[in-house]
Ligand binder design. Structure first.
Ligand SMILES: O=C(O)CCC(=O)C(=O)O
Ligand SMILES: [Fe+2]
Length: 536
């Protein structure tokens, strides 16, 4: 979207240049036309003479061919094609948006509407919670959103947005932006699909009255009447006692229970008990020689499964460098197909991502080393740093980072075992939405720039921990940048020794089961003057 905004800026300049060139071309064309008509007059005067004399005849033919050619080529020299392609082609490294992009944006908006419970009218008025944006939707905009939903067979949103389009159209009075007949036809069909037959009939009759020669209205009235009849409704009753419109949200592929929890967590509406909160604490991680004088700040966000936030572990400059390195490589994110082990795109993960290798830049190498000091885990077998960028509506539905038992193929090619733990650096702070939520552990972590979230995906005995199921909430306002580091089992045999039971778990990062919990450890003169990125 940022790139698109840049190219938008160039359009007026290109248009001005085009208009200037066209004006010049038309002046030349006018001159040619004048010359041509002068010659023409003369040859008409000469009349038959020009044709019977072989020299004159030759010159006439020549004139017809060459003079006209010049005019023809000037007429065809319109550079509109060049201008259009310089805007729509991949000139600035930006793909020009297509109709698919528009429907993608519409579907993204609907996802936001559901997750954050936004009212259709408010959204169309440009209002998000208390933020009043600068733009509002016309009836046509609402119609296009509804149509995108319709094309996905999502009749729930079709009804909402066609109704809004209809309302807006009434307000537009003399200057309608959409066609009322189209709205009525789509709306009637969507209402029928949502089991509101009487309403569908009513609207279709309205359409028929408006335009008796509408190609489908009459037939559809009969069709809806027949359907109502099949439901045992008498003709005299079909236009009476209209019940309120019912518009049930379709079932989710996630299952409605998980989706409800996911969305409530995204809205940060799921309370954590006071008892649980009171156990949480922060500490300085000083369990490595390097960290004695430059400890890492750790905030325990949750026990069981343990989740901690490493505070201030990446600088603004490092974030900027990583973003610049990633930008040219960003591509639509893929996921592992559990059946084939191959990478595929999926609607449940909408973001752009790129991988950065340690040798590409010393910042990447430094960050990798820092993760070792943060987690006490082996970086040699970890995946490269993955950078992800979520635009508006970008999200990742609930999932596990580790492969489940039946997905044995997922990391086979890496040969480093399963994903033992995840580090998630927050490289921006969206103003609304974009949280990381755990649907089983029922916790919400809102991104805080320069911090990194960490959790173990596997129990110490090696099985995946089902309570690590998590998701990236759709971004409502702002941009979300994160970096992922997935750490694997191999090489961690001594860094994270096996436990026997799933109840064997860490109380803090790098807990080997021996020694004091840092809760009770004295905080002796840590070098508070410096942040970790200044030392490592
Ligand atoms: O961006 C987030 O908050 C979570 C991302 C995530 O879970 C993933 O990329 O696997
Ligand atoms: Fe994840």
């Amino acid at each position: 979207m940022q790139n698109l905004l840049e190219t938008e800026k160039n359009i007026p300049k290109l248009l001005d240049k085009y208009i200037h060139e066209e004006e010049e071309r038309l002046v030349q064309l006018k001159k040619l036309s004048e010359e041509y008509s002068k010659k023409n007059e003369k040859s008409l005067e000469n009349g038959m003479n020009d044709i019977v004399n072989p020299i004159n005849a030759f010159l006439l033919i020549k004139r017809k061919i060459f003079d006209w050619k010049e005019i023809e080529s000037k007429m065809n020299a319109n550079k509109a094609g060049n201008l259009v392609s310089s805007i729509t082609d991949d000139n600035y490294g930006v793909r020009y948006p297509t109709a698919d992009d528009l429907s993608g944006a519409a579907i993204g908006l609907l996802r936001l509407q559901d997750t954050y419970r936004l009212d259709t009218k408010d959204l169309a008025d440009g209002k998000i919670y208390t933020d009043q944006g600068n733009y509002t939707f016309s009836a046509k905009d609402c119609f296009e959103i509804a149509r995108a939903a319709y094309n996905e067979h999502d009749f729930y949103h079709t009804v909402m947005w066609m109704e809004e389009a209809k309302r807006r159209l009434e307000d537009e009075g003399e200057n309608p932006t959409a066609d009322v007949e189209d709205i009525l036809e789509y709306l009637a069909f969507a209402l029928y699909k949502q089991n509101n037959l009487k309403h569908a009939l009513k609207l279709t009759e309205e359409l028929f009255k408006m335009n008796p020669s509408h190609p489908r209205a009459k037939g559809n009235v009969k069709w809806y009447e027949d359907l109502l009849e099949q439901e045992g409704i008498r003709r005299s009753e079909m236009r009476k006692n209209l019940p309120p419109v019912q518009n049930r949200r379709p079932d989710s592929v996630l299952g409605n229970t998980e989706r409800t929890m996911y969305e409530a967590l995204c809205r940060n509406e799921v309370p954590v008990s006071q008892k649980d909160i009171s156990r949480l604490y922060c500490y300085y991680k000083r369990d490595r020689p390097f960290l004695i004088y430059a400890p890492i700040k750790v905030e325990i966000k949750r026990f069981n499964p343990l989740a901690v936030l490493f505070k201030d572990v990446i600088s603004d400059d490092e974030v900027a460098t990583i973003q610049e390195l990633a930008k040219p490589k960003l591509a639509r994110a893929t996921v592992h197909d559990s059946a084939t082990g191959k990478l595929v795109t999926a609607t449940y993960r909408i973001s752009k991502s790129a991988w950065l290798k340690a040798w590409e830049h010393e910042v990447v190498e430094r960050v990798n080393k820092r993760i070792d000091l943060m987690t006490n885990l082996e970086m040699e077998t970890a995946e490269e740093l993955q950078i992800a960028n979520y635009g508006i509506g970008g999200h990742y539905d609930p999932h596990f980072d580790h492969a489940k038992k039946e997905e044995s193929k997922s990391f086979e090619s890496l040969g480093t075992g399963n994903r033992i733990a995840t580090v998630l650096f927050y490289m921006s702070q969206p103003s609304h939405g974009g949280g990381t939520v755990f649907t089983e552990a029922k916790s919400t972590i809102l991104p805080t720039k320069n911090d990194a979230l960490f959790w173990y995906n596997l129990f110490k005995q090696g099985d995946g921990n089902p309570d690590t199921r998590h998701a990236a909430c759709p971004v409502l306002v702002g941009i979300k940048w994160v970096s992922n580091k997935w750490i694997h089992e191999k090489g961690n045999e001594f860094r994270r020794p096996c436990g026997l039971k799933s109840s064997d778990y860490e109380r803090f990062v790098g807990d080997l089961g021996i020694g004091e919990e840092p809760r009770n450890a004295p905080n002796i003169s840590p070098n508070l003057g410096k942040n970790v990125w200044e030392t490592i």
